[in-house]
Design a protein around this ligand. Structure first.
Ligand code: NAD
Length: 260
């Protein structure tokens, strides 16, 4: 039952924010969900919540930037339920925010490794399973992935998010022959925990970093969006209700991008 009833989904970054909200929506609509995150305790809590509500879920601790980790996470999910239909490649970080001049090369690499290479690895290891029945891949990029905003210090983040859109479109072309659709959700500011792991360099202290969400930042909501609203969009893209949509970045930002 449900619009993704019987389907099997892998969700990365399921321990918090957008990934958690999407996992709950997919499970409510009948999907069996593999909850992947660096933080084992967070996905275990969510697994229990879904099981208590009568859903089916497994919690898997994995770092998406490590090939062996994410390969075995995808294999575990597809092995347990003997199929794979939906992949939500969502885990990501803001990383260190610093001017280009002072950003350490290894800080740049960490952001690109998690946000961009981690997305590639998640998709790469899922393709052999998705090919069997077709499926839907959804990637979390950002409005920053389409054109950059005045977010000083976010050169690595914005580059990773733009790279995800290019990768999404290449994957949509390459995988269409197998009936696999690939799309990206591009949120504006959404109230989650992402700001807690953000590290502005001291040079940026004087500059407003979008860790707090000012009122009036988004015309529609007069504030940030909610993770559950992105979860609804992910559910639509994951389901057969979007069966002719592929290769598309979809903004979900309450018209924030039109203000800048
Ligand atoms: P969040 O910090 O609330 O959740 C992210 C989750 O990903 C956390 O549970 C974290 O442990 C996990 N994670 C981080 N690195 C990981 C790794 N290497 N391997 C496995 N798991 C890892 O943040 P969120 O806002 O829900 O972010 C989800 C996605 O949304 C990110 O890709 C982010 O760039 C994107 N995004 C967020 C916003 C926003 O305003 N919150 C806007 C645009 C895009």
């Amino acid at each position: 039952k449900g619009i993704v009833g019987g389907k099997v989904a892998v969700i990365t970054g399921a321990g918090s924010g957008i990934g958690r909200a999407a996992a709950l929506r997919l499970a409510e609509e009948g999907a069996r969900v593999a909850l992947v995150d660096l933080k084992a305790d967070r996905v275990e809590d969510l697994r229990k919540r879904i099981a208590d509500a009568g859903g089916e879920a497994i919690a898997v601790e994995a770092d998406i930037a490590k090939p062996a980790d994410i390969e075995s996470a995808v294999k575990e999910a597809a092995g347990k339920w003997e199929r794979l239909d939906i992949v939500f490649a969502n885990a990501g970080i803001n990383g260190v925010l610093a001017p280009i001049e002072t950003m350490a090369p290894e800080e740049w690499s960490t952001t690109l490794d998690i946000n961009l290479k981690g997305t590639f690895l998640t998709v790469k290891y899922a393709v052999p399973f998705l090919k069997k029945n077709g499926g839907s891949i959804v990637i979390t990029s950002s409005i920053n992935g389409n054109r950059v905003f005045s977010n000083f210090g976010m050169s690595a983040y914005s580059t990773s998010k733009a790279g995800q859109v290019a990768f999404m479109q290449m994957a949509a072309l390459e995988l269409a022959q197998y009936g696999i659709r690939v799309n990206a959700v591009c949120p504006g500011a959404i109230k989650t925990h992402i700001g807690q792991n953000t590290h502005p360099a001291p040079e940026l202290e004087e500059i407003q970093i979008p860790v707090e969400y000012p009122e009036g930042d988004q015309p529609l909501e007069n504030g940030p969006g909610r993770a559950s609203q992105v979860g609804d969009l992910v559910l639509f893209l994951a389901s057969d209700a979007s069966s002719h949509i592929t290769g598309t970045p979809i903004f979900i930002d309450g018209a924030e991008s039109l203000l800048h």
